[in-house]
Design a protein around this ligand. Structure first.
Ligand code: FES
Length: 240
């Protein structure tokens, strides 16, 4: 009875109330009902909880509950930090490897990349002529300009242009104009060496481009696009 009363102090109010009721019933019922109705089968839930022994899982420093664990605190924390840090490094490295492999699997293969560039021999294009190549499924204009064309385009006042761009900002070597042969209006292929400005003329709706590929007249809103290109030597250009 003493132990029952003492334990009441640490139970929740609900259990305390239940326990109180059970205790009253036990003692009053014993008097009223006699020995045959004694509540021998009534047990409180907490009495049959078996608490497992976790000693095997505890660190040796904290097995003895009567000893202070404060002294071993630093070394135990260091071990925890070490394990956490190592796990984090391994996880990050694994994640980086997975992401890299996933992303690289989506990039273009070597044969596709090779097709994305075009190498053009400039010696095959006479001065004053424009040649058309197919690059990435689009027409590519390579124009070998004359000195007259270069001086004319360089002298254009860009404030008069719809898409203001100086000629020197559209070429690497003034002799060569390299642009996509796609009209910026609705995508037709312009005709070279035609139109009011002697550059390109789009017959679909009448857009006129100059010898720098800049829009000068007609509905097209922008200049012909200049792709990325470089000259590995004086006679070669690589586009793409
Ligand atoms: S598509 Fe070239 S002018 Fe319309």
């Amino acid at each position: 009875m003493m132990s029952l009363a003492c334990r009441c102090g640490v139970l929740s109010p609900y259990l305390q109330a239940t326990k109180h009721t059970v205790k009253n019933r036990v003692f009053s019922g014993a008097k009223e009902l006699g020995p045959a109705a004694a509540p021998a089968g009534i047990r409180l839930a907490h009495t049959d909880i078996k608490i497992p022994d976790f000693t095997d899982y505890r660190r040796p420093e904290v097995v003895d509950p009567s000893k202070s664990s404060e002294k071993s605190s630093a070394s135990r924390k260091a071990f925890s930090y070490l394990v956490t840090g190592a796990t984090t490094v391994v996880s990050v490295y694994a994640a980086k490897t997975i992401v890299t492999q996933f992303v690289s699997s989506m990039s273009a293969s070597a044969d596709v990349l090779a097709l994305s560039k075009i190498e053009i021999k400039l010696g095959d294009i006479p001065e004053g002529k424009n040649m058309t190549f197919k690059w990435r499924g689009k027409p590519l204009f390579v124009r070998h300009r004359t000195e007259k064309e270069i001086s004319t385009e360089t002298a254009v006042n860009i404030s008069e242009l719809r898409d203001p761009q100086h000629d020197k900002d559209r070429v690497i070597n003034p002799k060569w104009v390299i642009v996509l042969g796609v009209c910026t209006h609705l995508g037709c292929v312009p005709i070279a060496n035609a139109g009011d400005f002697g550059g390109y003329y789009c017959p679909c709706h009448g857009s006129h481009y100059d010898a720098s590929g800049r829009i000068r007249k007609g509905p097209a809103p922008l200049n012909l696009e200049v792709p990325y290109y470089e000259f590995p030597d004086d006679d070669t250009v690589i586009v793409g």
